[in-house]
Each structure stands twice: as structure tokens, then as C-alpha cells.
Design a protein around this ligand. Structure first.
Ligand SMILES: [Zn+2]
Length: 111
């Protein structure tokens, strides 16, 4: 129960969440004579990947938004992880309550 309270505090953190996962890709503009054609890629390109109607949709993220996107995507992952844990703890507690109830069952006529 103490662990569940801790998980609930995390769920109630009210952090902004960015759903999806981030993909990093080296970028090559391909322009003749550019350093990227000589094996020095431009700063990494960041994309937000989300499932849309069964396929992954990739959304380009502006460089100015990288910090916030990484923070909020990481918060989203943490939230989902906490929610999975909360459900698992609930299941465990449910089994414990059932066992406790059975252990306290008496019979009739009273002995
Ligand atoms: Zn280039």
C-alpha cells in the first residue's frame, strides 16, 4: 500500500506529457560540397513517432523544441510505467484481500 501511494504521487505529478516516442536521425542535406557529404552529419534530426491508423507517423521536431520534447516524452514514459505498476499492485492487493477474507471465514453451526 505504501508503494502504491508512492506510485500515485508520481501519477499526480501533473507534468505535461508528450505521447509517442522520440526518434533521432542523423541528417544529410545532400547538397554538393556540404560537410554532410563528407561524413559529418548536421545536428541530429528529432522526430516524434506516433501510431496513426496502424502505421507510425513521424513528426519533425524543431531544434528549439528539443529540450521540451525530450522532457515531456520522458514524463509520458514515466507516467505509463507508473500506471502499469499501479495496476499490478492493485492486482496483488486484490489477491491479498481475497486471501484475507477466506482466512477469516468461519463455518456454521458455530463451534
Ligand atoms: Zn549537408
Amino acid at each position: 500500500m505504501a508503494e502504491r501511494r508512492g506510485v500515485e504521487r508520481e501519477l499526480l505529478g501533473h507534468r505535461r506529457l508528450l505521447r509517442g516516442s522520440l526518434l533521432e536521425r542523423p541528417r544529410f542535406c545532400g547538397k554538393a560540397g556540404c560537410k554532410c557529404t563528407r561524413g559529418q552529419p548536421h545536428p541530429v534530426g528529432l522526430y516524434l513517432s506516433r501510431p496513426v491508423e496502424g502505421t507510425a507517423r513521424h513528426l519533425f521536431i524543431k531544434a528549439a523544441d528539443h529540450g521540451r520534447a525530450r522532457r515531456e516524452a520522458s514524463a509520458y514514459k514515466g507516467f505509463r510505467r507508473a500506471l502499469r505498476r499501479w495496476r499490478a499492485i492493485g492486482k496483488e492487493l486484490n489477491q491479498l484481500w481475497e486471501a484475507l477474507g477466506e482466512a477469516q471465514e468461519g463455518s456454521y453451526p458455530f463451534g
